[in-house]
Ligand binder design. Structure first.
Ligand SMILES: Nc1nc2c(ncn2[C@@H]2O[C@H](COP(=O)(O)OP(=O)(O)O)[C@@H](O)[C@H]2O)c(=O)[nH]1
Ligand SMILES: [Mg+2]
Ligand SMILES: [Zn+2]
Length: 313
C-alpha cells in the first residue's frame, strides 16, 4: 500500500449543492457502502453517480431511502488517505481520514529498519502521526529486549511514541488503548507481526460487530476482506485493513521525501543549493548534520536508499 497526501480539490471535494445528513463510511464493498449515521445506526448505501468512490473513513452526506438504506449525495474532503496500487498498477485509495498510523514490528518476522523507515516516511508524507509498536514482547528475554530498545532508541529520539505489546501475555495493551483514544488509527506492518491479533485484543466484541455489519450488507462475513472502521471501547476509531502489509511509498519529489524525516527539517533550506537533494552535493546541511551526529547515520542511509529507488524509476 502506498501513502500520499490527499489531493484537495482535485479528486474529492465537498459538493456544496448536495444535501443530506452527515455520516461516516465504515466500509466500502464496491457499489455498496456501510454508513453510520449520527445516531449510530448503520445503513447500506449506494452513491450518486459521478461521485468519487467512497472509502472506509470517508465523511459523507446521505439521504434516507428504503428502511436501513440510503443514498450518498456527497463525499466530503479527505484530510488524509492511504493509497496502494491495484493489480493494474493504478492507485487505489483504501482508507481516509486517519490521523495516526500504528507501525507494528516484532522480533519474528525479523525486524527490518529499512522497512520501518519506509512506513514512517509514508505516514509523515500523508500528514499523519506514526506510533511504533513492538509486538510479541513475550518472545524477548532481557537481552533481546535491551537490544531492541537500543535499536529503536533513534525513533524515541525523534519523538515517536514507542510501545511494547504482547497479545499472548496481554502486555502493554492498556497503553496502546490510551494511545489510540481520540484518534483514528490504522495498523500497518509486515505480515505475521500480529496486527490482526492486536485488533482482536483491542476489540473484544469484534466477532459480534463483524456479524452485525455483514447482516446489514447482506454480503456474508466479508468484512475481513475490506478495510473496516471500528469504534474502540474507550473512544477513538481503529481501521483494520487486511492489505496494509503491502504499504510502500509511491514516488514523491525528493524535496518532499526529505520532509518525511522530521529530524531533517531543521536543516532543510540551509543547504548551499536551494534544490539540494542531500545526496552528495557540496555544502549540504543535512549531510553536515549527519557528520556532526545531529542526524542518525542509519536514518540518513534509509533516506538515500529510498531516494535512489525513486530517482531510478
Ligand atoms: N509470541 C507471540 N505471538 C504472537 C503475538 N501476537 C500474535 N502472535 C502470533 O503471530 C502470528 C501472526 O499473527 P497475526 O495477528 O495473524 O499477524 P498479522 O499478519 O500481522 O495480522 C500468529 O501465529 C499469532 O498467534 C504475541 O504477542 N506473541
Ligand atoms: Mg492479519
Ligand atoms: Zn542538502
Amino acid at each position: 500500500m502506498a501513502a500520499r497526501r490527499a489531493r484537495r480539490s482535485r479528486h474529492v471535494q465537498s459538493q456544496p449543492a448536495a444535501s443530506g445528513q452527515p455520516g461516516l463510511v465504515l466500509a466500502n464493498y464496491g457499489q455498496v457502502s456501510l454508513v453510520e449515521g449520527e445516531d449510530g445506526r448503520i445503513l447500506r448505501c449506494h452513491q450518486r453517480r459521478r461521485l468519487p468512490r467512497c472509502v472506509c473513513g470517508d465523511r459523507v452526506l446521505w439521504e434516507a431511502g428504503n428502511p436501513r438504506e440510503g443514498i450518498i449525495t456527497a463525499v466530503l474532503e479527505r484530510h488524509t488517505s492511504l493509497v496502494r496500487p491495484d493489480a493494474n498498477g493504478r492507485e487505489r485509495t483504501v482508507a481516509a481520514n486517519m490521523d495516526q498510523v500504528v507501525v507494528v514490528v516484532a522480533c519474528r518476522p525479523a525486524f527490518e529498519a529499512g522497512m520501518l523507515d519506509r512506513y514512517l516516511v509514508a505516514t509523515e508524507l500523508i500528514g499523519a502521526s506514526p506510533v511504533l509498536v513492538v509486538n510479541k514482547s513475550d518472545l524477548l528475554d532481557e537481552d533481546g529486549r535491551a537490544a531492541m530498545e537500543q535499536q529503536l532508541q533513534r525513533y524515541r529520539a525523534i519523538g515517536y511514541p514507542l510501545l511494547f505489546t504482547s497479545t499472548h501475555r496481554n502486555d502493554g495493551l492498556g497503553a496502546l488503548h490510551r494511545q489510540l483514544r481520540a484518534h483514528t488509527s490504522i495498523l500497518v506492518g509486515q505480515s505475521g507481526v500480529g496486527k490482526s491479533s492486536l485488533v482482536q485484543a483491542l476489540l473484544p466484541d469484534l466477532d459480534i460487530r463483524t456479524g452485525e455489519l455483514s447482516q446489514v450488507t447482506g454480503l456474508g462475513r466479508h468484512t475481513t476482506t475490506v478495510a473496516t472502521l471500528y469504534h474502540l471501547p474507550d473512544g477513538g476509531d481503529l481501521i483494520d485493513s487486511p492489505g496494509v502489509r503491502d504499504f510502500t511509498l509511491l514516488p514523491v519529489p525528493v524535496e518532499e521525501l526529505a520532509r518525511g524525516f522530521p529530524e531533517f527539517r531543521p536543516f532543510l533550506g540551509q543547504c548551499r543549493f536551494h534544490n539540494c537533494r542531500h545526496l552528495g552535493e557540496p555544502g549540504c546541511a543535512v549531510r553536515e548534520a549527519v557528520r556532526a551526529g545531529q542526524i542518525d547515520a542509519r536514518r540518513y542511509e534509509s533516506y538515500t536508499d529510498i531516494a535512489r529507488t525513486m530517482t531510478s524509476r
